[in-house]
Design a protein around this ligand. Structure first.
Ligand code: JD8
Length: 233
């Protein structure tokens, strides 16, 4: 069964973008997943296919009309979750990618301008999700991010080695650092333990580096993971 993605956008040429390359692109070509891109402007009004209007209450910019967006959603809506990418959304997490990748697929709604009239988001029961705390110009790059995270989890898209990496994210730590040949480069040596052949020592070193880096860079993750799995009174 093919995992089915649909993307609703005013910039259909932004898709498949990077998802047409590498393993996701090969999986798309192989039919492991499918991508339907719908131009919201096709549902636009009048001779100019108008999709937006001024915000009630005043303020800068334009807002996408609920009637137009609803008609665009109607062209693809089915049992799949409808996800609206917006800086107002709850944070997108690996757990979402895991859950969505095991379902029938996704319908991703991308806004532009100042955003989309909230009534159609509510009426359609869309889930509002954000990929992070920075300001982008629209929902297309976030849609590519969400799709990349989901598609790489589909059976047959990545090798078996990668599913172990996904497991390791589940333990809530950042990754340990990676090294390859040459063993010395510009006067910099690879850590000795990695050349030792002592697999237990290597595993312990990697675990220690992962914990150290997580504590320093992501105290929020560290508190959720190690702190809560450590022995507590
Ligand atoms: C959708 C329009 C542009 C610019 C108001 C909302 C997600 N993590 C994220 N950052 N930015 C977005 C995002 C931005 C969007 C739209 C997603 C539609 N914009 C901004 C100025 C002020 N709008 C996002 N997910």
């Amino acid at each position: 069964m093919t995992w089915r993605a649909a993307v609703l956008t005013l910039f259909p040429e932004m898709l498949p973008g990077s998802l047409g390359q590498s393993l996701a692109g090969k999986a798309l070509a192989a039919g492991l997943w499918s991508l339907q891109v719908e131009d919201i402007r096709a549902a636009g009004l009048g001779r100019h296919r108008s999709v937006d209007d001024a915000p009630f209450g005043g303020g800068a910019g334009m807002v996408m009309r609920p009637d137009v967006v609803d008609a665009a959603i109607a062209t693809v809506a089915d049992e799949r979750p409808l996800v609206f990418l917006t800086p107002r959304g709850r944070p997108f997490r690996q757990a979402d990618a895991r859950r969505w990748s095991t379902g029938p697929g996704l319908v991703l709604l991308c806004g532009r301008y100042e955003g989309i009239d909230q009534r159609v988001i509510e009426a359609r029961g869309a889930e509002e999700v954000s990929i992070g705390d920075y300001v982008l110009s629209g929902g297309e790059l976030p849609a590519l991010v969400v799709l990349d995270a989901c598609v790489r989890l589909l059976p047959g898209v990545m090798g078996a080695a990668d599913s172990a990496v996904e497991e390791s994210f589940a333990d809530g730590l950042l990754e340990y650092p990676h090294y390859t040949r040459p063993a010395e480069w510009q006067g910099r040596a690879v850590p000795d333990v990695l050349l030792s052949g002592n697999h237990a020592a290597i595993a312990a070193w990697r675990r220690a580096r992962a914990e150290e880096t997580t504590r320093a860079r992501r105290p929020d993750l560290f508190a959720q993971g190690i702190a809560s799995s450590a022995a507590a009174p």
